[in-house]
Design a protein around this ligand. Sequence first.
Ligand SMILES: [Zn+2]
Length: 229
Amino acid sequence: MNRNRNYMQLLAFLFFVCTMPSVLPAEEISDIEKDLIRNGLVNIQSIDPTIKVELKYSTEDNFLGEDVYGDLTNCYLQKEAAVKLAKAQKFLKEKFPEYSLIVYDGVRPRRIQYKMWDIVKGTAQQGYVANPAYGSIHNYGSAVDLSIVDGEGKELDMGTPFDYFGDLAQPRYEKKFLKEGKLNALQIKNRELLRDVMTKAGFIYISNEWWHFNAFEKDAVKKKYKIIE
Ligand SMILES: [Zn+2]
C-alpha cells in the first residue's frame, strides 16, 4: 500500500516535471557562430564567463567605421587558446580581484578579413590590415586583442586606444617614449600587467601592438589548425 502510494507520488512528480514549461529559452546562436562551433572553436565566455567581451569589429567603433562582424558578437577561439585566456584572467584576478580582461577581437573568419581588406585597399590604412591571402593568426582562432578594465568597467590607461596606428602603440618603443615623456610610468605599468598575466598563461606578445597576443607561434598554429574561412 505504502509502496503504491510512493509510486503514485513519483508518477505525479514526473508528470509535473515533464509538462512544466521550459524556464530557459533556447539560446539564440547565430549562423556564423554555429559555423565556428562546427569548426571546433569555443565561445570564451563558456570557459570563463567573467571575461568581458566587446568585439570592436561588431560595432562601428573601429578604425573602419563599419560593423563588419554583423551577427558575430561573442568571442570565439580555439579551445586551447580559450583555456589559456581563462588562466590569464585568473592570474589577473589573483593580483587585482576587481579587474577583468576585456576582449576586443578573437577569431576573425577570413571572408571578413577580405571584407576589411576591400575597405582599406588603396587607403593609408592598407598597411594595417594583414593581407588575407596569407592569413593572420586571428584567421586561425589563435590570436586575441584585449585590454584590462577596472571595477567600474573603465579601461586602464594603456597610452593609446586599441587599434591606434602609430609608434606610440608599439611595445618596442616604450622605453624611448617614457624617456621623451610621451608615455608615462603608469601607462607602461598597465601594459606590463597585461603582458605579465598573458605570458604567464602561455601567450606570446608582439612588438608592434600592445593589445595583440598569440596563443602559439605561427608555425605551430599552421600545423595545429586550419584557417577559418
Ligand atoms: Zn590582433
